[in-house]
Design a protein around this ligand. Structure first.
Ligand code: BEZ
Ligand code: FE
Length: 287
């Protein structure tokens, strides 16, 4: 009989799985078991602590619904989502950042120059730039899929019971022959991640706030290129240095500039903006 003790247990558990040699699955599983056991030995985990962790995970599952994925939120506040985004960003491409829970893959198509604000109150902002590859070639026909909160920090999708249309403040634009995208919208405000569940309890236990810096979300797609999911932030705004989900990257902070009286643009806009931000998205080739 094998002598299984706290030092031989890790190998015994690894060997209990008959996974394909050299497979990615075996590598992921074995490494996870090693780190889990090492952590347990390192912190001398007590039964109470072990049960607290398991109950916390149980509560995350209990509160989750198709619209609310508490485990993703947990991953976000622990910086795990940010780490996955960081290590999967291709050199030369725009850095990735949080997808968040409010993306809809069937957002309406919007024409270049459209006003996504559609009469909403707030500062009207022109968002523009080009989508290009890492050799600076513009990418005509790229899709700029964007969504955001309003000037009170609320996503219309959260306000459907109050008569808001979930497809508001979002849309898919297609870049023109110069790779340009441009539209106006309302300047978003910061908002809190949901903190009425177990992840909120964790934030409170660690004396942390739940606020996200104001941001615009994007997924940029182009034929033959690797898509990016990212966010743009605004210089010198609240929570830029302590975003609750670690989404802010220096390279994703834009400068909001006023639009001067009489300033002209070399494209047509549905609404004249008060301010503007410029950002070029860079995609790396697929593969
Ligand atoms: C968001 O940016 O929409 C978001 C990200 C993480 C958690 C909650 C919301
Ligand atoms: Fe968001």
């Amino acid at each position: 009989m094998k002598d299984i003790n706290q030092f031989t247990l890790t190998d015994a558990v690894k060997e209990s799985f008959n996974t394909e040699e050299g497979s990615r699955f075996r590598f992921l599983l074995e490494t996870f078991i090693e780190h889990l056991h090492d952590y347990t030995r390192e912190v001398n985990l007590t039964h109470d602590e072990w049960m607290t962790i398991l109950n916390f995970l149980y509560d995350c599952g209990k509160i989750s619904t198709p619209e609310r994925h508490e485990f993703i939120l947990l991953s976000d506040v622990l910086g795990w989502s940010a780490l996955v985004d960081m290590i999967n960003t291709r050199g030369g491409a725009t850095e990735g950042s949080n997808l968040g829970p409010f993306y809809l893959d069937d957002a309406p198509e919007k024409a270049l120059g459209a006003d996504l604000a559609e009469g909403r109150e707030g500062v009207s902002v022109l968002v523009h730039g080009i989508v290009r590859d890492s050799l600076s070639n513009p990418l005509p026909g790229a899709i700029v899929d964007t969504w955001q909160a309003d000037s009170t920090g609320t996503y219309p999708i959260q306000e459907q019971e109050r008569g808001q249309d979930k497809y508001d403040l979002r849309g898919k634009l297609t870049t023109d022959e110069q790779g340009r995208y441009y539209y106006t919208t309302v300047l978003p405000k910061p908002y809190t991640v949901p903190y009425d569940g177990p992840v909120g309890d964790l934030l409170r236990a660690g004396d942390r706030h739940a606020w996200r810096a104001a941001h615009l979300h994007f997924i940029i797609r182009a034929a033959g290129m690797r898509s990016i999911t990212t966010e743009l932030f605004f210089e010198n705004t609240e929570y830029i240095d302590n975003d609750a989900v670690f989404g802010v990257r220096r390279s994703l902070i834009t400068r909001l500039a006023p639009v001067k009286k009489g300033e002209e643009f070399d494209f047509t806009l549905e609404r004249r903006p008060d301010a503007k931000v410029h950002f070029d998205f860079v995609l790396a080739p697929e593969g």
